[in-house]
Design a protein around this ligand. Structure first.
Ligand SMILES: Nc1ncnc2c1ncn2[C@@H]1O[C@H](COP(=O)(O)OP(=O)(O)OP(=O)(O)O)[C@@H](O)[C@H]1O
Ligand SMILES: [Mg+2]
Length: 151
């Protein structure tokens, strides 16, 4: 196998698994993701209710210097943040009725920009979402969390 095709194979299915022992560690993981995507990107956050998706987004925003409140935009579906020169959109699609609603919301305008889009509950509208740059699946492991990171 050539070096090139080997690399693209790796890109397709690179899954890393890490243990996140605390809320603080989940916030730190958010900080790492902020560093990984200085020019924006699409990050899908999967995991049951209370798994830690919003906690990760909070950590990401804190790492960039945002000091305000960060809570899941459950009813508004999306919350925009401007932190210094960075645009961040935090989606929570849990209450999305019909996936087509995303089109009416102008979803495309969000991901066609240079923003970093963090999307909780992407399962609610997978067909309407762009290809992810990173997908995290957060699983309960007692008091801890197991995080599968697919890039
Ligand atoms: N290891 C851990 N990582 C992340 N959160 C943890 C951890 N241990 C305990 N917690 C707690 O779990 C909760 C996670 O809540 P959070 O709102 O981030 O979940 P969520 O995945 O966004 O849920 P929802 O789907 O309802 O939006 C917080 O109360 C947090 O303190
Ligand atoms: Mg949440």
């Amino acid at each position: 196998m050539s070096e090139n095709s080997k690399n693209s194979e790796e890109k397709k299915s690179n899954i890393e698994e890490i243990i996140i022992p605390s809320e603080k560690a989940m916030m730190q993981l958010g900080g790492k993701i902020a560093k990984q995507f200085p020019k924006g990107g699409i990050v899908l956050l999967k995991g049951d209710l209370g798994a830690g998706k919003t906690t990760l987004v909070r950590g990401l925003l804190r790492s960039l210097g945002f000091e305000g409140t960060v809570k899941s935009p459950t009813y508004t579906l999306v919350e925009p943040y401007q932190v210094n020169d960075r645009r961040i959109y935090h989606f929570d699609l849990y209450r999305l009725g019909d996936p087509e609603e995303l089109e009416y919301m102008g979803g495309r305008d969000y991901w066609d920009s240079d923003a970093l889009c963090l999307i909780e509950w992407p399962e609610k509208a997978l067909a309407y979402l762009p290809e992810a740059d990173l997908q995290l699946t957060i699983l309960y492991k007692g008091e801890q969390r197991r995080v599968l990171i697919k890039s």
